[in-house]
Design a binder for this molecule. Structure first.
Ligand code: 5RP
Length: 261
């Protein structure tokens, strides 16, 4: 039941429910990855069931593809869809310019490819993800396993010239082995504490051999939808325009009963 959800899950749900209002019949929709995106997939599947929308979806991870298909959504490869109307995804942090850190769920590469192959990207998050400056959340960087220690060393050397506070780099593990992404790469988490110039950092990282992609999303997000535990939702556009609304969380009992509670 909705009452059993933690405050943060309620906030994620509220943002997700509001964001799927932007989806219209016939759209090709990119589906993000993570716990907030999973709520969005459930809300979208609910609209498809209730309203008979015809959508073509592209997932940003095998996890999301499996969830979407299990709920009856049509999921195709990006190669088949070619271009998308809209992508809705979560984020680890978002700043005032709608620059993001993503990749906490290790899906940043497919997420960036799908988002940049879309006319519009909407980011959904609980309001605590909005920050003044990016960097408290460790920045994920996807690297080729071959020579990853040399790649990490080069990143560390180049960080010295960047406006960041921390320099600690850690290989993300899955138990006692390095975590593998859907593309079979590794993730390095950069503990930078504060990123003064995200654009310069993103450019630097992608010039290093062995780096596949970094988790900074700059000039990609068009709209940020922030949810609060009481159902309040803020919609912030990249031109700074803001609006506010409310989602009736208790009225969505059908989605929660799908979860088996
Ligand atoms: C996955 C991501 C996620 O969108 C990000 O980690 C947020 O996840 P959550 O909604 O579970 O907090 O970038 O790679």
């Amino acid at each position: 039941m909705a009452a059993d959800l933690s405050p943060i899950e309620k906030a994620k749900f509220a943002a997700s429910k509001r964001a799927v209002d932007f989806v219209t019949d016939g759209m090709k929709v990119g589906l993000g990855t993570g716990s907030t995106a999973a709520w969005m997939v459930r809300c979208l599947a609910d609209r498809v069931r209730e309203e008979g929308l015809k959508l073509t979806c592209v997932a940003t991870s095998t996890r999301t593809a499996d969830l979407a298909r299990s709920l009856g959504l049509t999921v195709v490869a990006l190669e088949e869809a070619r271009w998308l109307d809209l992508t809705i995804d979560g984020a680890d942090e978002a700043d005032g310019q709608l620059s993001l850190i993503k990749g906490g769920g290790a899906a940043l590469l497919q997420e960036k490819i799908v988002a940049t192959a879309s006319d519009r990207m909407i980011v959904i998050a609980d309001a605590a993800k909005q920050v003044h400056a990016l960097g408290a959340f460790p920045l994920p960087v996807e690297v080729i396993p071959f020579g990853w220690i040399a790649t990490a060393r080069l990143i560390e050397e180049h960080l010295a010239a960047q406006d960041v506070l921390g320099h600690d780099i850690r290989l993300r593990m899955n138990g006692d082995r390095p975590l593998r992404t859907d593309e079979n790469n590794y993730i390095l988490d950069l503990h930078l504490k504060r990123i003064g110039n995200p654009r310069a950092l993103a450019l630097m990282l992608n010039q290093i051999a062995g780096v596949v992609e970094n988790g900074l999303f700059i000039d990609i997000c068009d709209t940020l939808v922030l949810g609060h535990p009481d159902g309040r939702v803020e919609v912030i556009a990249d031109d700074g325009a803001r609006s506010e609304g409310r989602v009736d969380i208790a009225a969505s009992a059908n989605i929660f009963s799908d979860l088996g509670d």
